[in-house]
Design a protein around this ligand. Structure first.
Ligand SMILES: Cc1cc2nc3c(=O)[nH]c(=O)nc-3n(C[C@H](O)[C@H](O)[C@H](O)COP(=O)(O)OP(=O)(O)OC[C@H]3O[C@@H](n4cnc5c(N)ncnc54)[C@H](O)[C@@H]3O)c2cc1C
Length: 386
């Protein structure tokens, strides 16, 4: 089942590893994706695909799969406590994707998996747990277990897309600079019992941020800022905080998922070491508030696919190509991290002053609203100053 040799081994078949595999295959490069989970985790993390990613999907010829399953969020409504203070429309963003596409991460992963395995024919191996990686100046050797048996595969290059606790990054001794923030949230997906339709709503509340996003199939996600990290059970707490802060009852609305999360920000000091590159959360973790981590991973995977293809065509210059990947991707990751931090800062209690309220209102009016819409949709990364 697992081939003995390939051009590129990809460790981790989450959204970033899968997209990277698809791009390499489209470039005519053989690759194998080694994913330790035996099935897709249906616990939904990411919900938003940004226009910059839809543009990548257009180029790859896969945007229609996502459009068929997602819901277009064209507008966000901002509240100060319970008072509406403005709206942010994405209609002035560059065409054709003037929206954020809401789609649960498990659905995104299953679309990418389908594309990679059926349409293009990569070796995507589920249940392959990578446990060691060694390299010399000619090749890489990867070992692990698959269906309780050991396996070994050699490759010319490898890309670690194995998430924020990346085993490969640790094996390569690449420092991961950053740490946790003192910000905690609980979230849940419910039947949508609001009148918001396909609009998102953000409540900048004195007791802490509440975000509400439409999902496909008549569902809606609620994200609520809390003072501490709650483990479980949190459904009643989630309902109570929403009721108390904004007066909305979720009592009769069916719940599909609840979870809690803390926020961290990390950046790997380099995104490559010899023949091994790192991508996605293995290379950078940004705050989920603003919903940009997975999208950032795809932007990096696009650059990674190009530079790995260059290296295979011109191996003598591989170090130069990989340095360029590291520098370009790091720049984008730093910008994204700053924006994610801004989003998170907006939702903190201590920022809820009258002056701040005035500032937010101004930001939602032209000409600033256009800039804000572009910032929220990940435009200008690596080019703008923030
Ligand atoms: C609550 C929450 C909400 C979020 N919302 C958004 C959002 O709206 N928009 C957005 O862009 N981002 C969002 N994110 C961030 C997003 O979920 C991540 O950035 C994204 O999952 C990163 O993808 P990845 O492929 O790099 O890593 P992962 O999704 O972590 O995938 C890594 C894969 O590697 C596999 N793996 C690990 N170790 C090994 C090994 N040794 N051998 C083989 N396989 C291995 C794992 O099983 C896993 O499948 C959110 C995150 C959270 C926590």
């Amino acid at each position: 089942m697992i081939p003995e040799k390939t051009d590129v081994a990809i460790i981790g078949g989450g959204p970033v590893g899968l997209y990277l595999a698809g791009k390499l295959l489209q470039n005519g490069i053989s690759c194998v994706v080694l994913e330790k989970k035996t099935e897709i985790d249906i616990h939904s993390k990411s919900l938003g695909i940004h226009p910059v990613s839809m543009e990548l999907f257009d180029k790859a010829g896969i945007a229609h799969y996502f459009l068929g399953e997602g819901l277009k969020i064209k507008r966000g409504i901002a509240f100060w406590n319970r008072d509406k203070i403005g709206e942010l429309s994405f209609s002035n963003c560059p065409e054709p994707h003037q929206y954020i596409l809401a789609i649960p991460q498990w659905k995104t992963e299953s679309i990418l998996q389908q594309w990679v395995t059926h349409s293009i024919g990569a070796s995507f191996i589920r249940g392959a747990d990578v446990q060691s990686i060694r390299q010399n100046d000619k090749e890489i050797s990867i070992t692990g277990t698959f269906q309780n048996s050991p396996f070994e595969i050699s490759s010319t290059y490898a890309v670690a897309c194995d998430g924020k606790n990346s085993f490969v990054r640790k094996s390569l001794d690449i420092p991961f600079d950053g740490g946790p923030y003192p910000d905690y949230y609980i979230m849940g997906d419910f039947d949508d019992n609001t009148d918001f339709g396909s609009d998102a709503a953000v409540y900048l509340h004195k007791d802490g941020l509440i975000e509400s996003f439409p999902l496909p199939n008549g569902h809606r996600r609620w994200v609520v800022k809390t003072d501490e990290l709650y483990e479980s059970p949190i459904l009643e707490l989630l309902q109570e905080l929403i009721q108390n802060r904004i007066g909305h009852s979720l009592g009769n609305s069916e719940n599909y998922m609840t979870s809690s999360f803390g926020v961290q920000q990390y950046l790997a000091r380099t995104f490559h070491s010899g023949r091994v590159l790192i991508a996605g959360d293995a290379a950078h973790v940004v705050s989920p508030i603003g919903g940009q981590g997975m999208n950032l991973g795809w932007l990096g995977a696009e650059i990674c696919a190009e530079q790995v293809t260059n290296a295979l065509q011109n191996p003598k210059l591989s170090e130069r190509f990989f340095r360029a990947y590291s520098a370009d991707n790091k720049k984008i990751a730093k910008h994204t991290a700053r924006r994610a931090e801004l989003n998170m800062h907006l939702g903190r209690k201590r920022t809820s002053t009258a002056l701040y309220r005035f500032g937010v209102k101004m930001m939602l009016k032209p000409p600033f609203s256009r800039l804000m819409a572009n910032l929220f949709t990940m435009r200008g990364l690596g080019k703008w100053p923030f």
